[in-house]
Design a protein around this ligand. Structure first.
Ligand SMILES: [Fe+2]
Ligand SMILES: [Fe+2]
Length: 189
């Protein structure tokens, strides 16, 4: 990472580092895609459990925060004139399918899905905070707030016994890899 970092920064006359435009575009595009995917995962889980079950209410709390996140990135896409990923229709279906299929395996499996997804997203937001310079202080604040929300979701999953799901390790690895792949693709396409 430090190797590329040099190329991602420009110094202005006032010696304030500016975030490279391409990096900014990738950050907003991928976060918009990820938050959209997250809303679809929780939609899929709620479609199985219903809103009024105990687990459904817990998931709804996380879904409400994801709604806040996607609303913010919808605004940022417009404000910064960023082209959204062309793959939104894919993440629409893939997110919902991931949420619904893990929920069909049971509450713990649904929470294992949350733990895997939120772990990757939390780390991803952390990395972005290191890429953004102080010319985007507001965006950094937004991302660090959202990172905290994602880590809260991760911890909710752990508290709901995600780790005792049969096949937890392999399931986590598959979902984590899927998320990382989706992130890599959504930055560019
Ligand atoms: Fe989120
Ligand atoms: Fe989340």
């Amino acid at each position: 990472m430090p190797k590329n970092k040099k190329n991602t920064q420009k110094k202005t006359s006032k010696n304030t580092k500016k975030t490279n435009r391409e990096i900014l575009e990738q950050i907003i595009r991928v976060d918009h895609a990820g938050e959209y995917g997250a809303t679809r995962i929780y939609d899929g889980q709620i479609s199985i459990f219903g809103k009024n079950s105990k687990i459904g209410k817990t998931i709804q709390h996380m879904a409400d925060q994801e709604k806040e996140h996607i609303d913010k990135f919808n605004d940022l896409i417009i404000e910064h004139r960023i082209r959204p990923t062309a793959l939104l229709p894919v993440w629409n279906i893939a997110g919902f399918a991931l949420g619904a299929s893990t929920a069909m395996l049971g509450e713990k499996a649904a929470m294992a899905c949350t733990v895997a997804v939120e772990k990757v997203i939390g780390e991803h937001y952390e990395e972005q905070l290191n890429l953004l310079e102080d010319d985007h202080k507001d965006l950094k604040k937004t991302i660090s707030k959202f990172r905290d929300d994602e880590l809260e979701h991760h911890d909710i999953g752990i508290d709901h016994d995600a780790e005792s799901t049969p096949g937890y390790k392999i399931m986590s690895k598959v979902i984590e890899l899927g998320c990382k792949t989706a992130i890599a693709i959504s930055k560019k396409i």
